[in-house]
Ligand binder design. Structure first.
Ligand SMILES: [Zn+2]
Length: 112
């Protein structure tokens, strides 16, 4: 069975549900052991989201970083510019080649 956030939540809610619902004290040591194991599985389910965010930043996609770069590119007689979170390459609209920016200007979010 594949763990999802939903199945993990159900599992957490079902754990010692009778004891918790009845205000009876669940065995604390058992709870800690159970939680430690449950937490590892929860991390495995939740982690991909943060990994995806990290990958985005390194792949020069739009980001929430306050520092941005206005990159200018020239190729095939075309001139264009794009704003990225780093001085990364862009695709030439004419030939599709990956072009390095001719110049990059650091801009702040406020300047838009
Ligand atoms: Zn080109």
């Amino acid at each position: 069975m594949t763990n999802t956030v939903e199945t993990l939540m159900h599992e957490a809610l079902d754990y010692e549900a009778e004891a918790f619902d009845g205000d009876a004290a669940a065995n604390a040591a058992d709870l800690v052991d159970w939680f430690a194991e449950w937490r590892e599985r929860a991390k495995a389910v939740v982690r991909p989201v943060s990994e995806r965010a990290g990958a985005d930043a390194s792949a020069c996609t739009e980001s929430e970083e306050p520092m941005r770069y206005l990159n200018r590119y020239w190729h095939c007689g075309e001139e264009w510019e794009d704003t990225w979170s780093c001085m990364c390459n862009d695709k030439c609209p004419v030939c599709g080649a990956e072009i390095e920016p001719v110049e990059s200007e650091a801009i702040s979010e406020e300047d838009g």
